[in-house]
Design a binder for this molecule. Sequence first.
Ligand code: NDP
Length: 507
Amino acid sequence: MSPADLQLAVGTDGVPTVAGTLYIDGSWRRGSSSRPVLNPADATEISQVDEASAEEAGLAVAAARAAFDDGRWSSVPAAERSAVLGRVADLLQANRSRIARIETLDTGKTLRESEIDVDDVTAVFRYYAALALGEPGRLVDAGNPAVVSRVVHEPVGVCALIGPWNYPLLQMSWKIAPALAAGCTAVLKPSEVTPLTTVVLVGLLEDAGVPAGVVNLVLGAGAGVGAALVESEQVDLVSFTGGLSTGRTIMRSAADTVKKVALELGGKNPNIVFADAVLDAAVDTALTAVFLHAGQVCSAGTRLLLEEPIADEFVAELVRRAELIRIGPGLEPESEMPPLVSAEHLAKVEEYVRVGLAEGARLLTGGSRLSDDQKGYFYRPTVFTDCRRDMRIVQEETFGPIVTVERFSTEDEAVMLGNDTRYGLAGGVWTADRGRAQRVASRLRHGTVWINDFGPYLPQAEWGGFKLSGTGRELGPSGLAEYQEAKHMYENTEPAAQHWFSGGQPG
Ligand code: NDP
């Protein structure tokens, strides 16, 4: 199997079987079972992929372990590792349209967003290609001229990289690019719902010259294959992006082998708008903050907090514009908001709307499927007002196109509501008063805070969560440090006996 074969398999809609989608020790191979991959826009089968058993996951781990232990990647000079990552970036760009199309067929997201994802992923590989060039370490003054003391950073070892279904290619790249830059080896496990672009990515890594065994790919259900990776004694680190409940399971399970754990577990992200904000931009961005990718974004601005004097006007305009959003299949150029990823996820979003209504929130628009006889998993942009901070739809991650509106009267109240969540991934503050913007931003307990914007992230800037949004950071220099161990090397250039013990004199 090569990426070219995958192109044939999903190059036209409604097509066939892709064979050999496991990649272990440098070989593409069949799994012990297979499963269909569905297009969320019409529920048709677009591909079949192989799935691994727990034993096959064990083979992948063993291959990664052997590749790490013999140093076939970590001993490659940093400049060469950097060049390989640079070639991955080139290959991503050369295959941009094909990869974007596959991502859209698999996740449902609009083609425009998939293309942006490929560009963002390319930038991430380029950034870590630069960081891979590394540093020789840090000399430390030991207070003794006879001592050379140095701190170096070494790869952490074998990494299990478990990705989600909302940004499959992007999230996996945030993990594998720094892991490779650091000199680690890895086993990749994408979501069973959206595995295709990870298969393509692994093909590109192979084509770019990553040696056999360094990157391995297993597909299959999280509870089987994913759990096998987390439990393995041969794995040194697990990096996971997904839901809170699965994150907790992984953290507990990783405790048995005291693995390093990096978790990105989503958020319930406040978008705070003061009355002096540029309202046209604030309304426009409030829409993209929550309805982009139908709200299936860990940093979606689902909790809108409006200052009293502008609340009515803001909500009316938000609803008017939300009702104009064109919902449709991601491959159709006029589509602005795609379907949800699966029938199960659609059911979950529908349940949250029922919960919101039962809790007394007022539905202003949406709250229904696009049509009763739709084949795909479309759901209308949904706006709830009259929301209270103790409501489940205000506190829980619905991961759908649902925005809740609350009001505030003072800066302190805005900050209190913005921090009134178990999560702490991201938040936004809109105001023309720069002093207030800085005050509010510094008091928000979230890993990213946008001022007069919502959504941008940079490969150079850390991404991750406070509180239940997770532990560790991706992107930026910290994103590389996750995959490194610090080692202190202390050399005594003039060894001499210290005779600490009185009986320790030469006999
Ligand atoms: P999960 O958290 O269950 O899945 C994420 C990844 O973890 C998938 O690859 C999954 O595999 C894998 N996985 C599941 N169980 C285990 C396990 N026991 N051990 C190891 N790996 C495992 O996401 P869901 O699809 O269930 O979504 C649930 C909710 O999580 C969503 O509704 C949303 O609220 C949130 N979410 C947050 C994301 C974020 O960006 N932070 C992304 C996606 C979802 P598989 O898919 O094959 O089961």
